[in-house]
Design a protein around this ligand. Structure first.
Ligand code: NAD
Length: 261
């Protein structure tokens, strides 16, 4: 298994896209640092399953990524357990839907902290080990909203454009260090994050659940299909292969044609 002996930290991996990426990486032998919120028994079950799949170790960190001190503690635990992080997947993210002039200030602060600032902290703390080893992979989960906007999602769009810029800057800094840095920009993927924004969008736009699904979400996606978490995970896994060594600084769309329009 080509990732045996390597360690992957996947933020926000107790659910959705992050969980699928953690499973894909564990399936190729990587030790996993699992992170995110959720039911303790469920998480322990997931941790055990990842360990069984990888033949290595899986560690869970409950770090709240909106806090720099919690991120530092998580990275310290990973270094202590595994010597450092070889593959960093900055995936945790959140959404809130409201017009900008009614956007709750604390929601803006939360979205910026989780969707953007957390990746700065994990990246700055993971890079010294990657540079020392001469090998590393950083994969950021951006979004089609790193390239185009939608109304009522100002902080989400701002942070996703931000993470795409951050990806490019770090890729240039690490281009000769054996480290690649890329982001994946999915369209609508069927996960709790999408499901949970349906009620707010219904309210903000005065639509029914079906209208939100078909006229708002899939309206943007020419394939009229949700992206699957396994499709995103397969691309993340490919980026970890040696064959992907020349892919760096890229913003890879997986959006059913959304941003081609
Ligand atoms: P999700 O809600 O299923 O998962 C989010 C994960 O982040 C969970 O594990 C959750 O516990 C964790 N999390 C939330 N707050 C946290 C915090 N403060 N500290 C640590 N972990 C925290 O969402 P998802 O759809 O899988 O989204 C994952 C990423 O993909 C996000 O960055 C999201 O913006 C992006 N994305 C999602 C879609 C989509 O359609 N679902 C599309 C494009 C991009």
């Amino acid at each position: 298994m080509f990732l045996t002996g390597k360690t992957a930290l996947v933020t926000g991996s107790t659910s959705g896209i992050g969980l699928a990426i953690a499973r894909a990486l564990a399936g190729k032998g990587a030790n996993i640092v699992l992170n995110g919120f959720g039911d303790a028994a469920e998480i322990e079950k997931t941790r055990g399953a990842l360990e069984a799949a990888s033949g290595g170790k899986a560690l869970y960190s409950a770090a709240d990524l909106t806090r720099a001190d919690a991120i530092e503690a998580m990275m310290g635990e990973a270094a202590e357990a595994f010597g450092g992080v070889d593959i960093l997947v900055n995936n945790a993210g959140t959404q809130h839907v409201a017009p900008v002039d009614q956007f709750p200030v604390e929601k803006w602060d939360l979205i910026v902290a989780l969707n953007l600032t957390a990746a700065f902290h994990t990246t700055r703390l993971a890079l010294p080990h990657m540079k020392a080893k001469g090998w590393g992979r950083i994969v950021n989960t951006a979004s089609a909203h790193s390239l185009v906007a939608s109304p009522n999602k100002a902080p989400y769009v701002a942070t996703k454009h931000g993470i795409a810029g951050f990806t490019k800057a770090v890729a240039l800094e690490t281009a000769q260090a054996g480290v690649t840095v890329n982001c994946i920009s999915p369209g609508y993927v069927w996960t709790p994050l999408v499901e949970n924004q349906i009620p707010d969008t219904m309210q903000a736009r005065g639509l029914t659940r079906e209208q939100v699904m078909n006229d708002v979400l899939l309206a943007a996606q020419p394939t009229k299909q949700f992206v699957t978490v396994d499709q995103v995970a397969a691309l993340a896994l490919f980026l970890c292969r040696d064959e992907a060594a020349s892919i760096t600084g890229a913003n890879l769309s997986m959006d059913g044609g959304w941003t081609a329009a």
